[in-house]
Design a protein around this ligand. Structure first.
Ligand code: PGA
Length: 252
């Protein structure tokens, strides 16, 4: 059985005090209702990571960063290393979010280096892939996803690859209110799973969680999560409201 996972990607939202408030609200809902069948991950901005790590109950909730440098340390002004993130108690790092790809020009080669740096520091990468609307309309969606997976992940040794979480986030669904249909999500998750089987074999491929992201909300989470290859969600907008996020967490 694969882990069920719901991760909240806060992006560049909240300040320290509102972020702490939000984390407390999520923490209380998850702890008071004793939600243990789902791995709940919060991914606040860098500036909040340490404080939030200190107020959540780690038995129920884990912390993720939204990005890291592929460098180890040194003269890279403004960068944050995986080791720094590890040192504050985070366990995950989101790598390759489409906003990083689009606005900060991160390509599969750069992301491959980042994934390796995350794993080197005994953290878990949540590796994002997804096609744009144009790519989907031109029928290139499977080719794009395949390249994103192969170029960033397929040179990992098996032992490392086993730790990776994949998030399929169609770019046209992110922050747009348009969600992939349950069929579209399952179709792509199964495609990804089959690619993983081809490279790493069925046992490993079957153990890798594949999350869906892109306007996932309380009203559609249940249907999306009911698919055999959808193991949870990477949630943007709806993760900024504790009640909505909690409803998604309890949608399995
Ligand atoms: P969204 O974002 O839920 O606001 O569409 C998802 C994401 O970008 O991770």
């Amino acid at each position: 059985m694969r882990n069920k996972i719901v991760a909240g990607n806060w992006k560049m939202n909240t300040n320290l005090s509102s972020g702490i408030e939000l984390a407390k609200e999520v923490n209380n809902l998850v702890v008071n209702n004793n939600i243990k069948n789902v791995k709940v991950i919060l991914s606040p901005p860098f500036t909040h990571l340490s404080d939030i790590n200190n107020i959540i109950n780690k038995e129920y909730i884990s912390i993720s960063a939204q990005n890291c440098s592929y460098e180890t340390k040194g003269a890279f002004t403004g960068e944050i290393s995986a080791e720094m993130i590890k040192s504050i108690g985070a366990e995950y790092i989101i790598i390759g979010h489409s906003e990083r790809r689009a606005y900060f020009k991160e390509n599969n080669q750069v992301l491959n280096k980042k994934v390796k740096k995350v794993l080197e520091n005994n953290l878990i990468p949540i590796y994002c892939c997804g096609e744009t609307l144009e790519e989907r309309e031109k029928g290139k969606l499977f080719e794009i996803i395949k390249n994103q997976i192969i170029e960033a992940l397929f040179d990992l040794p098996e032992e490392d690859f086993k730790k990776v979480i994949i998030a399929y986030e169609p770019v046209w669904a992110i922050g747009t209110g348009i969600t992939a249909t349950s069929e579209q999500a399952q179709e792509m998750h199964l495609f990804i799973r089959n690619e993983l089987i081809g490279k790493f074999g069925k046992a490993i491929a079957d153990s890798i969680p594949i999350l869906y992201g892109g306007s996932c909300k309380p009203s559609n989470a249940k249907e999306l999560f009911a698919n055999p290859d959808v193991d949870g969600g990477l949630i943007g907008g709806a993760a900024l409201n504790a009640e909505d996020f909690y409803k998604i967490i309890t949608s399995f």
